[in-house]
Design a protein around this ligand. Structure first.
Ligand SMILES: [Zn+2]
Length: 363
């Protein structure tokens, strides 16, 4: 058995492990490098293996730093199955075409600049067509269901409590009559997050491959609703906008859940709430469809108060013109917009229009 770390080493993006055993080659995740230019350039390098030699991919979750190079892998000859939980399959249906759209737009900008300097045009890392084609190779599985992706290897996905559909993957390799258990945690959630379940406790492993992004920090679990209510009420009283940069998958839905709860408890008024990101709107629909993955509290809550996010004051903003119009509209509102890192996307124009306004808040 041989295990190679091909990404997310010395950096936190580009997760990809190559497991070789019993003459089989399996990838665990096939993520995109994100961040500074020198990291993103790694996405254009050749894979350290022949894509056609890979038997299958086991995918932990739908974040692009874990699945973003799958269309490139398929385009370059990988023909096997990609195993992922049902909710992850729903989410990659929107994440991978969106990522392809960004790749196409990036290449277009680079080529426009390059043309003036007489450079040869570059092709996008992959196109929307490549992304759509790769989606056909996904196989949806359930949590806690054993699968046999190749001879001599079995795998079980456990809830990682990180985002909807996220999994810790237990891989059992049988070699020379002996079984070895390797656990790939993927990204791990914190306990007590709203909506999704807590991460599963894994009791034992021969080898543990664990994410360590926040390894040197102690996460604090505290009441987030009270400070949020204060910030909402203060900002709305001042007549400003509350801008919340939010990841399209996960953070947006968490914030909507908190706002819904605060509104139902009359702790905030029916202030206008806008989700301004087409990807976040799509992801929110997928969350609402997959309530079987909700934790007990969220399940009880929607039983009592109706399906999330049913608020008459909520607007899902999909077109670019509607988004721009928000800057000239009268009144105050809460705007959830991507990207969560505030480095791209529509949130940038909301920051530009609100950072200088003392009555507005960036949360
Ligand atoms: Zn993640």
């Amino acid at each position: 058995m041989n295990l190679q770390f091909l990404g997310a080493a010395h950096t936190v993006t580009g997760s990809c492990y190559l497991l070789e055993a019993n003459d089989h080659k399996i990838l665990i995740d096939c993520g995109m490098f994100q961040g500074a230019r020198n990291l993103r350039d790694l996405n254009y390098e050749d894979f350290r293996f022949m894509p056609s030699d890979i038997d299958c991919v086991l995918l932990t979750h739908a974040h692009v730093d874990h699945c973003g190079l799958i269309p490139k892998l398929c385009k370059q000859g990988f023909k096997g199955s990609i195993y992922a939980t049902k909710a992850t399959c729903d989410l990659v249906n929107i994440m991978l075409p969106d990522s392809a759209h960004i790749q196409e737009a990036d290449a277009q900008i680079t080529n426009r600049k390059g043309q003036r300097m007489g450079k040869t045009p570059i092709a996008p890392l992959y196109t929307i067509d490549d992304a759509m084609a790769s989606l056909k190779q996904f196989v949806a599985i359930n949590y806690d269901q054993e699968i046999n992706p190749v001879n001599g290897i079995r795998a079980i996905y456990r809830d990682a409590g990180h985002i909807m559909g996220s999994a810790i993957i237990e891989v059992y390799v049988m070699e020379n009559g002996e079984e070895t258990k390797i656990v790939f945690t993927g990204d791990l959630g914190q306990p007590d997050q709203p909506i999704i379940k807590d991460p599963t406790h894994i009791q034992e492993a021969d080898y543990l491959v664990i994410e360590s992004t926040y390894g040197d920090r102690k996460h604090q679990i505290y009441d987030k609703e009270t400070p949020l209510a204060e910030i909402v009420n203060d900002t709305m009283d001042r007549g400003g906008n509350l801008i919340i940069p939010s990841f399209a998958v996960g953070r947006t839905q968490t914030m909507l859940y908190y706002l819904f709860k605060l509104w139902k408890a009359n702790r905030i008024e029916d202030y206008s709430i806008v989700v301004d990101s087409p990807l976040a709107v799509e992801a929110t629909r997928i969350f609402a469809k997959n309530t079987q993955y909700f934790d007990e509290e969220a399940t009880e809550y929607i039983k009592k108060h109706g399906k999330l996010p049913q608020m008459p004051q909520l607007r899902l903003c999909e077109s670019a013109n509607e988004s721009k119009a928000l800057n000239t509209e009268e009144g105050s509102r809460i705007i959830l917009s991507a990207s969560g890192m505030a480095d791209a996307g529509r949130v940038l124009h909301h920051l530009k229009h609100n950072l200088w306004r003392p009555e507005s808040t960036i949360l």
